[in-house]
Ligand binder design. Structure first.
Ligand code: HEC
Length: 120
């Protein structure tokens, strides 16, 4: 019986996702990356979000969720924020604040080379 309990605790621990991982999943699944960049580095007029103050990011997301924007440019954020829960915002901002680049490395490996001539 004790063995089973220990086994159960270990599997629960291994399967549990950290807020960082949950935030990362949300960042991808909600499409945030399409404007703010895969490394949350921002592009054009979309601000960078990586490693910025968690409190500030959460403040902005809460405002967008409440449909408040300070200028026309920000209006487009409202659609992406309306259905976020408090927990989603917490996970997203944890991910963005603690963001480390290595994390998404597999997908953006500069040294990646394609071999061959594309099959022609
Ligand atoms: C269609 C493009 C688009 C998508 C998708 C998008 N954003 Fe934004 N985001 C913007 C724009 C535009 C602004 C406002 C820029 C400005 O203030 O001029 C913004 C602002 C923000 C800000 C405030 C940053 C600041 O410097 O004030 C946060 C935080 C943010 N977005 C998070 C997110 C998150 C989290 C998601 C995914 C749920 C997301 N965004 C999806 C375009 C987008």
């Amino acid at each position: 019986m004790r063995f089973i309990t220990v086994f159960f605790l270990i599997t629960t621990f291994l399967l549990a996702k950290t807020p960082y991982e949950k935030g990362k999943t949300l960042y991808i699944s909600k499409g945030c990356y399409s404007c703010h960049g895969h490394k949350a580095e921002g592009m054009h007029r979309y601000p960078s979000l990586a490693n910025r103050a968690k409190g500030y990011l959460a403040y902005k997301l809460n405002r967008f969720r409440d449909k408040i924007s300070d200028n026309q440019q920000q209006e487009m954020m409202i659609a992406y924020a309306v259905d976020l829960s408090d927990e989603d915002i917490d996970n997203l901002t944890t991910f963005l604040y603690e963001f480390t680049e290595d994390d998404l490395q597999e997908r953006y490996d500069d040294s990646f080379e394609t071999y061959g001539d594309g099959g022609s």
